[in-house]
Design a protein around this ligand. Sequence first.
Ligand SMILES: Cc1cc2nc3c(=O)[nH]c(=O)nc-3n(C[C@H](O)[C@H](O)[C@H](O)COP(=O)(O)OP(=O)(O)OC[C@H]3O[C@@H](n4cnc5c(N)ncnc54)[C@H](O)[C@@H]3O)c2cc1C
Length: 808
Amino acid sequence: MKSHAQVVVIGGGLVGCSILYHLTKLGWSDVVLLERNELTSGSTWHAAAGTHGLHDTNNISRLQYYTMSLYADLEKETGQSCGIHQPGSIYLACSKDRVHQLRIQATKASAFDAEFYEISQSEIRDLHPLLETKNVLCAMYEPLAGHVDPSGVTHAYAAGARARGAEINRFAAVLETNPRADGSWEVVTEKGTIQADFVVNAAGLWAREVAEMAGVTLPLIPMEHQYFVTEAIPAIAELGRELPGVADRDQEYYMRQEGDGLLVGAYEPDGRFWSENGTPMDFGHDLLPPDLDRIEDNVMRACERVPVLAEAGVKQIINGPMIWSPDSSALLGPMPGLKNYFVCCGIIPGFSQSAGLGLTLAQWMVEGEPALDMFPWDVARFGDWASKEFTKARAHDTYGSRFRIHFPNEEREAGRPLKTRPVYAMQKSMGAVFGMSYGWEHSHWFATDGVPQQDDFRFERPKWLDIVGVECRALRASVGVVDISNFAKYEISGANACSWLDSLVANHVPKQDGRTCLTPLLSPGGGLAGDFTIARLSAKRLLMIGSGIAEGYHKRIFEQHLPAKGVSFRSVSDAMAGFNVAGPNARRMLERLTGKEWSNEELPFMSNQVCNIDGYEAIVIRVSFTGDLGFEIYVLEANQVALYQSILTQGAEFGIKPIGSRALGAMRIEKGYGSWSREYSPEWYPHESGLGRLVKTDKPEFLGKAAWLSVKDNAPRQLLCNFVIHSTDATVADAWGGETIYQNGKYAGRVTSGGYGFSVAQSLAMGYLNADMVKPDGEYEIAVLGLPHKAKLLREPLFDPKGARMKG
Ligand SMILES: Cc1cc2nc3c(=O)[nH]c(=O)nc-3n(C[C@H](O)[C@H](O)[C@H](O)COP(=O)(O)OP(=O)(O)OC[C@H]3O[C@@H](n4cnc5c(N)ncnc54)[C@H](O)[C@@H]3O)c2cc1C
C-alpha cells in the first residue's frame, strides 16, 4: 500500500469506485481506494439496481442520463460486463396531479435531449401485455430505463480506475483520519498509514462512523428496504423478450422483469430504521430478516396492476439496509468545517446516479467546482440543526412517500417545528402558516378571510394564493412588514474586516461608514457563488446579508479564506432577527417608529444607520427586495417581539399588514430580482444574470477574478429574461421553475422562477434564454403544466421599471 496519495477514497461500494474512476478520468492518477472488505460490501451488492433518467430537478436528470449512458461505454472501455438491460420503463398516472407531473417532466426532458414521451393505452399493451390499464389516465415511456448488475458496474469502475493508475486496497479498513497542520490527512488503516492531500468519505452504510473519525456528524440514518423476486412466470417466459419496468408511483412500489419472473420492491408507509446508533463493523455481505407483511399492501396493489404476479411463487426476498439523508438526496461536496475533506453519501438511487455523483465530485476536487449547480445535493444545505431526531423524522417521512409528487412550494411537516424565533407564537396567533428555512420556522403567509390556516400544495393555483395577493396589494398600496429573519446574517469585524471582505467579493466593499452595497461572490470558475448586501456600519464592523438556505454553503467559502488574525467572521443568523418594512408609507411608518426623520438625505438608497428603537440597537438598511420603498431593520433576537409589536402598533394608522415570504417572492418576480439557487448559481456568469455591472475588475483581487477576466468579454451563452405568460380561461397555474421555454417550437431555455404578479395582474416567469434566441418583444411559449402557453419577453420588469418607487 502506498504511503502517500493525492486522494484517498474511503469505501469500495458503487459510489466510491465511481469517484475513483472519474478522478482518474479527469487526470488524477495518484489516487487510492480503501475498502474494509470486498468491493460492494455495503448496500451495493444486494441492490435491485434499477436505473432511470428523469428527476424533478433538471440537473439531477442530466446526471442520471449521463449515468445510464456511461454504463455501456464503461463496458467497452474495461471489458467488464455491467449486465445492462434497457427494456424501458412505463410511468403510469392515475390521478390528475400525476398527469401534470409526468407531462411537466416530459417537457423538461427536451432540455437535455432525453427520451420520455407519452404513450397511448394500446402502446402500453404492446409494450407490456400483462399490465392492467384500469384507472390509467396517462402513461409515459422512458426507453433507456432498465437495470444493471451491481457487482459488474462496481468492478467496471474499479477496472477503469486501475487502468489509469489508481490503487485499490481491499481488506484495509480505515480506523482513523487525522488532520495534519498543512491541511492534508493521515489515514490510518489496518494495513498501514497513508498521507493524503484529500480524503473522500464514500463509506455508504458506514458514512456516519467514518465522518465521526474526522470529528463531524452527518445527518444520515439507515433504513431497511425490501424487494422480492418471483419464480418464473409462464406468461413472461412465453413472451421471449424483456418487459419494460412499471413505475406505478402512486402505489409506492416498483416492478421489473428478473429472469422469467418479476422483481417487486416497495416503500411501506411505516419504514423501519436499522442500526440507529451505528452500523456494525462486521456487517458486510449480510441481509436482514425478511418481513413481507410490511409491504403487503403495496404488493397487493402491484398484483392488481400486473395480475400474473398474484399467481407467482416467491423465489427470493431481499431485505437490506440503505442509508438516508433527511430529504433523501445525496450529501455531496466539501464537508463544512473541514479542510480537504469531501463526502459523497446518503445515496438512494445509486445505480441511476453513480456516474453523475462520481463525475461531479471529481470535478469539484480537480477543477474547484462542479460543472452544474449541485446545490440540491450539496452537504452544506444542512447545518448543525439537522439533528438525529430531525433526520429520523424526515427519513421516515421521505421513505414512506418515496414516490410522492413534489408540488411547487412544498413543505414537509415531519420533524417540525425544529427551531422557532421569539415571534413564532405571536405570528401563529395572527394566522401565520409556516415553512422551514435552514431549520427555522418561517412565516409564509397569514391566513385571513376564512381561509384555513393550513398549507395546501398543488400544481394549480391554491386557495392561499388569494391571501398572498391580498398581502402583495396591501404592501403596494400602503405598507407591510415582512419577517426576514430567515435571511443569513454575518458580522465581519476587526481591524482588517473591510480589506479582507473586499479581497473576496466582486464589488467594492463600501469605503464610507453608513454605505451599503450589493455584491456578487464569484466561484472559482467565475460563476455566481452568491449575492449579498453588505452594510458598512463602521471601519471595523460590517453586516452582510445573504440567502438563508445557503448559509452553510457561503460560510464554507468565507471560512476557507479567513486569516489567522485581524478579522472575525461570525454568522449572526441565530442571534439576530430582521423585518422589512416596505410600501409607499414605509418611511412615515419608520419615522413614527423611531421618532426621527428618514428622508432621502438622511438615509439615501443603499445606505444604513445604526439607531435606537425603544432603548435597543437597530440597524436600518435602505434596500428593497420588494421593489418598493423599503427598509430592513435588524435587531438582536431578544428584541424581536418588542420590535414586531411596535411596528404593528405604529403601523396600524397606515393599515399595516403582516406579509409572508411567499408574497415577498411574488413581488421580487414582478421586479425581476434574482434569487439564490434559482436565477443565481455558479452555472451562470454575472453578465448572463444581469449582475455584470457589480463586478469591479479595477479591484486588485476578488475570488474568481482570473476566471472572470477570461470570460467577461465572451458573448453570453444564455441571458436571464422576464416573461409574461398569456393566461387564458384554461390557465389555472403559473410557471414555477424548470419549465421549458420554446421559440417557434424549438427549445430556447428554461424557467428559473415563476408565479402570479398581483400588482401587475399577470402570470410572470423569469428564466434563462439561449442568447441567440433573445428577441426583444419576441413571442415564446412556456410549458406550464406541461402544455405550451404563449409568453412574451419583457424589455423591462413590469412593476416600476425605473425604480422610482424604491428610490422615492
Ligand atoms: C434492498 C435495496 C435495493 C436497492 N435497489 C436499488 C435500485 O433498484 N436502484 C438503485 O439505484 N439503487 C438501489 N439501492 C440503493 C443502492 O444500493 C445504493 O444507492 C448504493 O449501493 C450506495 O452505494 P455506496 O457506495 O454509497 O455505499 P455502500 O454500498 O454501502 O458502500 C460503502 C462501502 O464502504 C466500505 N467502508 C465502510 N467503512 C469503511 C472503512 N472504515 N474503511 C474502508 N471501507 C469502508 C464498505 O465496506 C462498503 O463497501 C438499493 C438498496 C437496497 C438496500
